[in-house]
Design a binder for this molecule. Structure first.
Ligand code: BGC
Length: 390
């Protein structure tokens, strides 16, 4: 009982604050449900009385279940490690699981976390639409759920969301291509192909439109041309964000229009992240491109392989999303929940999960290029020289 009280009271306290926020924001989308509260509770009225401050948690350490999608991509290993270390340092008990990019595995792992007494869940979903059922259990048991990096869709059970500004990530990629090709001042045509990520990851619906918000006008006026004509988000999606799938599709596109140094020109490939960029780069190298004539390839994450590719001239940019910052924001959220303080958020209007606008904490991404990667990644202590050059 004490445990549930510790969780429920701060959650209700924070939701009362959000109820007021969203009521003032003037949008008429569904009201955030009383997440983490039982059906009888309806604490989102703007004029509901303010509950007393919850006491800080001083007794048993809070048990936090952390569910990461896969160990296959560098970033999720870093995210998992950072969360485990930072949560443990703050005295929380951590149950960290990686789900091998397999939805049933992730569902089973979350079920186990709930069964083992998790009091807060932090989840980076493999497929944002597949957790509705398992999270209904969390909702019934008043367990706050923080969606980590990827929004969890179609459930009232997600209590908070922490991520980077995903639309801005895409805009940065589009702006990089626009500026590198000087599109506003050139007639073109410049030839470009597009790659985004897994269709089950809600983030692509921010990354890709972000990039297109910059590039679409140039496609419309013919300055940019896609040789394949494939510019629709679902057509350019990459299942599992896998490098291999991206490489296969790039090889097909190369074959389709002879996109080779001696053949049809190719100036840029807009990739939404580094794992897809790496597959594209492999295909372009196999097609005969070298650093001297390499098309502009974009990415995000500053994966070690991609930073090495930037140094080698086979990827032009990445977007740095410091996983230490994201993890530390999430740890602050967990601590606020535990202490009954207001949970830090800075966005209540952009991330609708199909049920409500989820209270969100957005961090800023940073463009990484050959010019600034040393300062960002080595001076910033993210990587050692040996990791990048060894
Ligand atoms: C993350 C990216 C990552 C991609 C593939 C997205 O949800 O925001 O940083 O590259 O998943 O793992």
């Amino acid at each position: 009982m004490k445990k549930i009280f510790k969780i429920l009271l701060p959650t209700v306290l924070v939701l009362l604050t959000f109820g007021t926020f969203t009521a003032c924001s003037g949008n008429d989308d569904p009201t955030p449900p009383p997440a983490g509260a039982g059906q009888e509770q309806a604490p989102t009225q703007p004029d509901a009385p303010t509950p007393p401050d919850a006491p800080p948690v001083t007794g048993d350490a809070l048990r936090v279940g952390v569910s990461m999608p896969t160990m296959d991509l560098q970033r999720w290993n870093q995210d998992g490690e950072n969360l485990q270390r930072m949560l443990s340092e703050r005295g929380f008990v951590v149950d960290l699981q990686f789900a091998a990019n397999d939805v049933p595995t992730q569902v089973a792992q979350i079920e186990n976390m709930i069964g083992a007494g998790a009091e807060v869940l932090v989840i980076a979903a493999i497929d944002g639409d597949s957790l509705t059922e398992v999270l209904a259990q969390a909702y019934e048991q008043n367990i706050p759920v923080i969606a980590y990096d990827r929004l969890i869709m179609n459930t009232p059970a997600v209590t908070y969301y922490a991520t980077f500004d995903n639309f801005l990530v895409g805009q940065m990629q589009g702006e990089f291509i626009r500026d590198a090709l000087d599109l506003p001042n050139q007639d073109g045509p410049f030839y470009i192909e597009f790659f985004t990520g897994d269709p089950g990851d809600n983030n692509i619906f921010f990354f890709f439109p972000g990039a297109m918000s910059i590039l679409q006008p140039f496609l419309d006026d013919g300055t940019l041309v896609s040789p394949s004509g494939q510019t629709d988000i679902m057509t350019v999606a990459t299942p599992g964000w896998s490098s291999e799938n991206a490489q296969n599709r790039m090889e097909n596109l190369i074959a389709l229009n002879n996109l080779t140094p001696g053949g049809h020109a190719l100036h840029a490939v807009m990739c939404s992240n580094d794992s897809t960029a790496q597959g594209v780069t492999n295909a372009l190298i196999n097609a005969g491109f070298t650093a001297d004539n390499f098309p502009i390839v974009t990415g995000q994450d500053c994966d070690i392989i991609s930073v090495r590719n930037m140094i080698a001239g086979t990827q032009a940019m990445s977007v740095f999303k410091d996983t230490r910052v994201l993890a530390s924001n999430v740890v602050d959220m967990v601590a606020a929940i535990a202490d009954g303080r207001a949970v830090p958020i800075n966005n209540t209007t952009d991330y609708n999960n199909g049920v409500f606008y989820v209270p969100t904490y957005l961090s800023d991404p940073i463009v990484a290029t050959l010019e600034n990667y040393r300062e960002l990644l080595i001076d910033g202590g993210y990587y050692t020289e040996a990791e990048l050059y060894g």
